[in-house]
Write a protein that binds this ligand. Structure first.
Ligand code: NAD
Length: 467
């Protein structure tokens, strides 16, 4: 029997922990999941029948507060999975220096089987349960979207929390990934996919790292396959296509398509919207089993759907030279070993999909400060730049083109600041991980875990808990 998701995450932790010199007790504390709330609640369906719904919220580590992590709506979600995802969140936050502990929520439903009104009742009841047990709050635990949830559910969570809280001033910060009008931040929706793009771009920029893979540096001319065209997959594909990577394969739950000549992303999205599936898209080949797309030829394979997609059964057939883990846990521990021994570069989930939590952090800060980023400084920056450009014109006796002048002088708006903060975060974290990988002569995942362990260990020792 293969290891559970949590056992696999813990195996990866152990591999990295063995390369550190922290005391065993401290390592155990870092690894353990601190608290899990498992519960059931009733739902009256639209037709009057009553069913019970299973749900969880796991808080892996409170070494920094609040804890943070998405809520997953999926028919096969389990407690093990929620614990594993909460665990990954702790490491992820540490890797990108977001000052939160890790958490995750799960509700065992297939959202396609419920009406909007039912989903709203489920979400509100779930939030009520978390509030009652002190598992949600701006300084306690802050959920966000994950597989099967979006801004809509986050708005219901906010409204429910608002109606129950005794601290309305900061209530907006109880959840992130909200719609803009409900305290959300510009750039959050695309943040994880954009972070995936920044991470891949950075990894591909090192000629010496691309050479052993048989690839040239940079993105232009590389090919990619995406599994899962949801929020993360779509945005990763969009930014990569815009920067010269050719999309050759797409897998969705109904099946997959492949076309070595290239697939236009927006046309495919429109086609799927109108026909309900990716099949029969131009001259692309139809592939019945979505999983089969993973072993088709490409340079960069981006699993962006669910965990456990690349296992010891299909790892040897993978043709991609780079696997970019946009989803959480798409490569099992055994598959990881096979791929590494085949010289494949794996950009680990624990780093690569941290864009979502990074921008969630920006949203949380914005909610607590009650002011949009750029609001206080944008006009000032613009005026200062205009004065500077006018001084240059006076000195040189030459005038800038008015459009160019406007472009240079414009102050940064919220989305520009969010993108720039995210880029800075993803680039710095990649350099940190790559340096550790080189120093310890290990792979990027192990290096990312070492980075996380060192940072969480420092938090504990600085607290004086483990002197
Ligand atoms: P989503 O629900 O928006 O998209 C998931 C997509 O995968 C959907 O289009 C779905 O139809 C498709 N899918 C489902 N089963 C499939 C299968 N067997 N084969 C191919 N496609 C399948 O979810 P998302 O938010 O994009 O999350 C995707 C992954 O990214 C998850 O692992 C999630 O944990 C991870 N992630 C998400 C975020 C975020 O900000 N949303 C952040 C970090 C990590």
């Amino acid at each position: 029997m293969s290891d559970s998701f949590l056992a696999q995450v813990d195996r990866m932790f152990d591999k990295a922990a063995a390369l550190t010199s922290h005391p065993a007790g401290l390592l155990t504390q870092i690894k353990m999941c601190n608290s899990v709330y498992a519960f059931e609640f009733p739902l009256q369906r639209d037709d009057g029948t009553i069913i019970t719904i299973r749900a969880w919220r796991a808080e892996h580590s409170q070494h920094k507060l609040p804890t943070k992590g998405g809520i997953r709506y999926a028919s096969n979600v389990t407690e093990d999975e929620v614990r594993a995802l909460a665990t990954l969140m702790t490491y992820k936050c540490a890797i990108v220096d977001v000052p939160f502990g890790g958490a995750k929520g799960g509700v065992r439903i297939s959202r396609r089987s419920f009406s909007d009104a039912e989903l709203q009742r489920i979400t509100r009841r779930y939030t009520y349960e978390l509030t009652r047990k002190n598992f949600i709050g701006p300084g306690i635990d802050v959920p966000a979207p994950d597989y099967g949830t979006s801004g809509k559910e986050m708005a219901w969570i906010l409204d429910t929390y608002n109606s129950l809280t005794h601290d309305p001033l900061d209530a907006l910060a109880c959840v992130t990934g909200k719609p803009i009008g409900q305290g959300g931040i510009r750039g959050r929706k695309e943040a994880t996919g954009l972070g995936v793009f920044y991470g891949i771009r950075e990894a591909c920029s090192f000629e010496e790292d691309m050479k052993p893979l048989g690839l040239g540096p940079g993105l232009i001319g590389k090919t990619m396959i995406i599994q899962g065209l949801g929020n993360v997959g779509y945005h990763a594909a969009k930014f990569l296509s815009e920067h010269g990577v050719k999309l050759v394969g797409v897998g969705e739950y109904e099946g997959a398509i492949y076309n070595a000549e290239g697939i236009d992303l927006e046309d495919l999205v429109a086609h799927r919207k109108s026909t309900g599936s990716v099949f029969d898209f131009g001259s692309a080949e139809n592939i019945e089993s979505s999983r089969d797309i993973l072993t088709r030829p490409c340079d960069i394979l981006i699993p962006a759907a669910l965990e456990g997609q690349i296992t010891d059964e299909n790892a040897t057939d993978i043709q991609a030279r780079i696997i970019a883990e946009a989803a959480n846990g798409p490569v099992t521990a055994k598959a990881d070993e096979i791929l590494l021994s085949n010289g494949v570069m794996i950009l680990p989930d624990v780093y690569l999909n941290a864009g979502g939590v990074t921008v969630s952090y920006f949203e949380w800060l914005r909610n607590l400060s009650h002011v949009r980023f750029g609001r206080m400084s944008r006009r000032f920056e613009q005026t200062a730049q205009e004065h500077l450009l006018s001084a240059v014109e006076n000195l040189t006796g030459q005038s800038f083109d008015p459009d160019e002048k406007r472009e240079i002088a414009k102050g940064a708006d919220e989305v520009t600041l969010v993108y720039s903060g995210l880029e800075e975060t993803m680039v710095n974290a990649y350099h940190e991980i790559r340096d550790i990988a080189q120093k310890k002569k290990t792979d990027l995942r192990t290096a990312a875990f070492i980075s996380a362990i060192d940072k969480v260990a420092t938090s504990y020792t600085e607290m004086g808990i483990f002197p």
